[in-house]
Design a protein around this ligand. Structure first.
Ligand SMILES: *Cc1c(COP(=O)(O)O)cnc(C)c1O
Length: 484
């Protein structure tokens, strides 16, 4: 298919509501009054703001047009590597919106929250089953929050053995939140370079692992989309020195129902429900970063824990070794309902979803290699990482190609991350894209690579078919204009 999804037509400009309308226009009509004339503004607000006078249709068009400016997974493919921007079935939203769930109050006593507690207990059980871990806490509200919780658990566990350690190993491919979470917990991150094949080798871990090192934070598959094939041996080296293995499970979309994470030697793992388990993200909405641990570490999980006794659920604070609370209320409860609904509706197909995510990424890798430079030419997991090396001779960069993709109607992939690849382009198609949309994306990238040879200057000014041309990102960061 050669056509692109983008169009230059019908991109409607939209002024602020304050710049539209006309005196006396209104979105409603009232019966003829039988009292003295008084303006609504004066009556309701005193000398309040001068609201614009607008008809109903003007308001409807205004907000409908604004809604079309937004790009989301419901609009098109969103191959933002590391973020798992997959399509989330609407039924899961519907379950989260059920009245009994949506109107639950966080201060209701356990007797009146049995359904909510049962939902959470069941989700904990399923997440344990999917990962192979023994115990789960749903308290952390995001991936980074799960990492911090995991670091606190690691510290508390080692301390209970009389071992206070100051360092932690973090590979150079790690997401930035890993060293940040470790540092927040008082550990000094020790960076270890991945090998020529893009993964960690056991020797480099053996060189730095010592009795002052609490353990390692390891992301599997790593942020290059590669499976850490030596993880078992690495875990053994870390365990032999009395350390623990923290698994960053944000990339779980590659391995659901396929890999038993505990069997790899991981002691603590966080998941991103807002990546893998059916909560859309990217707009700053609620997330959830459950922490899963082995049974030795279960006593250190945050309180309260959800306990089932004689068919009744309750929240228990009786856990003397616990690191304490990391979240006051479960305000992100809706994310948990969506995850449970997703798991129950998918069942054994969770495994198929991961297999398709991996297949789609490998398809893109094979089709685009040659067009784009592929630094690690080996089978990938759910995402693949290219670079702009082939385009350098035309002075065209990753950023230029990413901006040009917008003209073709695609959300750009993640760019310039992971840092270990210069000019990286990280593509994660996810399992929910059809072959047609993936082919269209591939064709667009190929056309852009041709343009890079023939007309690089045109690329340097992309995007061309957008509401705004290329933004000055430094200026936008330094002096954000928040007023519209
Ligand atoms: C997204 C991500 C995180 C952080 O998750 P947040 O919910 O954004 O805090 C951590 N590690 C990896 C590998 C990720 O992709």
């Amino acid at each position: 298919m050669k056509t692109t999804t983008a169009t230059t037509g019908l991109i409607l400009n939209e002024p602020l509501l304050w710049e539209r309308g006309n005196r006396g226009r209104s979105g409603f009509s009232l019966p003829r009054r039988d009292v003295e004339n008084a303006s609504i503004e004066d009556a309701l607000l005193g000398n309040g703001p001068d609201f614009p006078d607008l008809s109903e249709l003007e308001v409807v068009r205004h907000y409908t047009r604004l809604s079309t400016w937004n790009f989301g997974i419901d609009t098109g493919m969103y191959p933002l590597g590391s973020c798992t921007m997959k399509y989330n079935p609407k039924t899961n939203e519907k379950q989260a919106g059920l009245r009994g769930f949506a109107s639950t109050h966080p201060l209701l006593p356990a007797e009146l929250s049995q359904g909510a507690l049962q939902t959470m207990a069941e989700l904990e059980k399923f997440l344990g089953e999917i990962t192979g871990m023994d115990a789960v806490s749903l308290q952390p509200a995001a991936g980074a929050h799960g990492e911090l919780t995991g670091m606190l658990i690691m510290y508390a566990y080692l301390k209970s053995l009389g071992s206070i350690r100051s360092k932690i190993i973090v590979p150079d491919t790690a997401h930035g939140t890993n060293p940040a979470s470790a540092a927040l917990c008082g550990f000094s991150p020790v960076s270890v370079a991945s090998g020529k094949d893009g993964i960690l080798n056991a020797e480099s871990i053996a060189r730095v692992m010592d009795e002052d090192t609490a353990g390692i934070m390891i992301t599997n598959p790593n942020t290059l989309g590669l499976f850490e094939a030596h993880i078992k041996e690495i875990a053994r080296i870390v365990h032999d020195k009395g350390g623990l293995v923290y698994g960053d499970g944000a990339n779980m979309n590659a391995m659901m129902g396929i890999v038993d994470i505990a069997a790899l030697g991981v002691d603590i793992l966080h998941l991103n429900l807002h990546k893998t388990f059916s909560t859309p993200h990217g707009g700053g909405g609620p997330g959830s970063g459950p922490v899963c641990v082995t049974k030795e570490l279960a006593p250190f999980l945050p309180i309260p824990r959800i306990i089932e006794e004689n068919g009744m659920y309750r929240l228990s604070e009786e856990s003397p070794l616990s690191i304490g609370r990391v979240h006051a209320f479960y305000g992100n409860f809706g994310v948990m309902i969506k995850a449970l609904s997703y798991i129950l509706s998918m069942g054994p197909n969770l495994k198929k979803a991961s297999q398709l995510a991996v297949l789609n990424a490998n398809y893109i890798k094979e089709k685009l290699k040659g067009t784009l430079h592929l630094p690690y030419d080996r089978p990938c997991m759910h995402e693949c990482v290219f670079s702009d090396l082939h385009q350098q001779e035309y002075n065209v960069t990753t950023l230029d190609m990413a901006k040009r993709l917008i003209d073709f109607g695609h959300h750009p992939p993640t760019v310039y991350f992971p840092l270990v690849v210069h000019g990286s382009i990280m593509i994660e198609p996810t399992e929910t894209e059809t072959k047609e949309s993936i082919d269209q994306f591939i064709e667009s990238f190929k056309s852009i690579a041709e343009e890079a040879k023939k007309n690089p200057d045109f690329l340097k000014e992309a995007p061309h078919n957008c509401r705004t041309s290329r933004l000055d990102e430094t200026e936008a960061a330094r002096h954000p204009c928040l007023a519209g």
